[in-house]
Design a protein around this ligand. Structure first.
Ligand SMILES: Cc1cc2nc3c(=O)[nH]c(=O)nc-3n(C[C@H](O)[C@H](O)[C@H](O)COP(=O)(O)OP(=O)(O)OC[C@H]3O[C@@H](n4cnc5c(N)ncnc54)[C@H](O)[C@@H]3O)c2cc1C
Length: 426
């Protein structure tokens, strides 16, 4: 029997988690999927990345993926919070949310490879070294100019990341990023040097993965160990007004990172000083206001993932929400059918936008809860630093939800054809 999207031509831009999820979910439904990425190779770039139980559920729906992820991911039962002087504050246990499903935290490159292989196994045509420079659409098709060649499809889903060029056709102008006022030193490193120092040797325990957050005024330092005590990843978020392009490969310097935690406990300095210089990235956190829309004027091109909605890392939801986009877009295309692509994309935007915006807000509140905290208050009320864990974010089945609300969403859009998303982050 023909699958529901048989005959639908889908062009996807960007083989990040948004693009790959969209490709897998469209391909599962029988669409012809071609995926373009400008990178010349499937690189192992990145370090720790977190997927909440809402996207963990998506991984688990793909045969064999959970089994491949388990051995490489971090497994701890809680996040230990300590103050900048190493005073113990509290432990946030994950047991309370066990019923919501499984979380996956691990190296971005390693997780990416597993998802990539799953897409290839399903027959997704991934074309590397294919840079999209322009987009076009008519009433009946949409496409992209790829390495100078015009390629047409029924629909284009653009997951080309925070520096998306697809935004220009969607918005009708080129939007400008702005500094968030924060930057992150980040590293993924072997634990050899940690083992040699009595202050830090416990972090390299082969039997227990550790997750510890040291918090201080306007800085937080999170450390996770994994893979039987052989790997350690840390991120140090601090204030930074420098106007630097967002990048995963800008080199960071150990001495600069140490300066950001001047006066903090010796263990924090010891972890940073155990970092090989070539394993340190200085990532300026660029921010963008929520976009007025994610879909193009003729409704045949839609933004997905970071291209549509960059997240602050403190939401811990950027990658998860990108995956939810992919699942929802594929379901909308399935339910609309090849003849109703514009209806599918409008429904995709209306279903996803309010949820994404509400989740983006949690990134701002979580960051301010840690960074703007009065540490005299925190020491008296240590539980105040715990991350709010909302069940509406994490205990969520985006697939079931899309099937459930699609028809009513289309009806609402017919009744209110001028509907525009609320874009207020406050
Ligand atoms: C190299 C890299 C490393 C990262 N490391 C981390 C990390 O360690 N921790 C973390 O939390 N998050 C990391 N991120 C971000 C994280 O993956 C995303 O925030 C999240 O997963 C959403 O993904 P996305 O698919 O929307 O965008 P991205 O993951 O940014 O993927 C966008 C893709 O689009 C491709 N692309 C861009 N422009 C074009 C174009 N014009 N034509 C064709 N292809 C194009 C890029 O090559 C990239 O593969 C990283 C992103 C990248 C690209």
């Amino acid at each position: 029997m023909a699958k529901p999207c048989t005959g639908l031509k889908v062009a996807i831009v960007g083989a990040g988690f948004a693009g790959l999820t969209t490709a897998i979910e469209c391909r599962k439904r029988g669409a012809d999927v071609v995926l373009f990425d400008s990178s010349p190779s499937r690189r192992q770039l990145g370090d720790i990345i977190s997927f909440g139980s809402n996207s963990g559920r998506i991984f688990r729906s793909w045969p064999g993926v959970e089994e491949a992820l388990d051995p490489i991911c971090h497994h701890s039962d809680g996040l230990v919070f300590r103050a900048y002087d190493d005073d113990y504050l509290c432990t946030q246990k994950w047991g309370a949310e066990a019923d919501w499903g499984k979380r996956f935290n691990g190296h971005r490159g390693e997780i990416h490879e597993i998802v990539w292989n799953h897409a290839v196994d399903l027959g997704v045509d991934i074309r590397l070294g294919n840079k999209v420079t322009e987009y076009f659409e008519t009433e009946t098709e949409a496409g992209a100019v790829v390495n100078g060649e015009r390629i047409a499809a029924d629909v284009v889903l653009a997951g080309d990341g925070v520096r998306s060029t697809a935004r220009t056709i969607v918005l009708g102008f080129e939007d400008k990023p702005k500094s968030s006022g924060y930057a992150v030193y980040r590293s993924w490193m072997p634990t050899d040097k940690l083992k040699d120092n009595p202050l830090t040797a416990w972090l390299a325990d082969p039997n227990i993965d550790h997750h510890v957050g040291w918090l201080g005024p306007d800085v937080h330092f999170l450390v996770a160990t994994l893979q039987k005590g052989t790997a350690c990843s840390w991120v140090l978020t601090h204030k930074d007004e420098a106007d630097v392009e967002e990048s995963w490969s800008a080199p960071g310097y150990v001495e600069d990172a140490v300066k950001a935690v001047d006066g903090w406990a010796p263990i924090v300095h010891a972890i940073i000083r155990a970092t090989p210089e070539d394993a340190l990235v200085d990532w300026k956190l660029v921010f963008r206001d929520p976009l007025p829309t994610w879909i193009s004027p003729k409704r045949r091109i839609a933004l997905i993932g970071d291209a549509a909605h960059p997240f602050l890392p403190t939401s811990i939801q950027g990658a998860s929400q990108s995956m939810e986009d992919g699942v929802t877009a594929a379901i909308c295309l399935e339910l609309a059918g090849k003849g109703n692509v514009p209806e599918a994309l409008r429904a995709y935007e209306k279903i996803r936008y309010p949820r994404v915006l509400a989740t983006q807000r949690t990134g701002v509140t979580n960051r301010d809860n840690w960074h703007k905290a009065d540490f005299d208050y925190v020491k008296k009320n240590p539980e105040s630093v715990k991350l709010p864990r909302q069940d509406w974010v994490l205990n969520f089945d985006c697939s079931g939800h899309a099937y459930q609300v699609y028809a009513e969403t289309v009806e609402e859009l017919k009744e209110n054809p001028d509907w525009k998303p609320d874009t207020s982050l406050s």
